[in-house]
Design a protein. Structure first.
Length: 139
């Protein structure tokens, strides 16, 4: 069995942003030379997420609104976490809802998706550098 590791780095301009990282992940699969296996994609920060869904702007807008209703950014005083001097208590909760990682099968050297599926990096406390881990194992 072979393994391959790659990191992607992000520094978004916005506090909340969704970025389609499918092309970068597929490129990592190609670089790995693995034809059959599994690909883990993991947000390596506690206020960011990796998830799979449709690349449709209306859906992403719905996500932003829904997450803001679930865990509003303001008032900042609503979160005990923010008493530490942070202002990102909401981002931790949003990450918990959207998830930490995804696992995708690799078949014939390509990510094996269902219809419309794409991989996204979800940022909930942007404007600083964060990374995503891609770990590929297989033959």
């Amino acid at each position: 069995m072979k393994s391959y590791t790659k990191e992607l780095w992000f520094n978004t301009d916005k506090r909340v942003e969704f970025i389609n990282i499918t092309p970068q992940v597929q490129e990592a699969v190609r670089e790995s030379g693995i034809l059959e296996g599994l690909c883990l994609v993991n947000a390596m920060h506690i206020t960011a997420s990796v998830f799979i869904n449709d690349d449709e702007p209306g859906l992403h807008s719905d996500y932003r609104e829904w997450l803001e209703q679930l865990a509003p950014h303001e008032p900042i005083s609503r979160y005990r976490h923010n008493m530490t001097g942070e202002d990102n208590g909401d981002a931790h909760l949003k990450r918990q809802v959207m998830g930490r990682e995804v696992m995708v099968a690799i078949t014939n050297g390509k990510l094996h998706f269902g219809p419309w599926e794409q991989i996204f990096y979800g940022e909930f406390d942007g404007r600083r550098r964060k990374r995503v881990l891609i770990k590929i194992i297989g033959e």
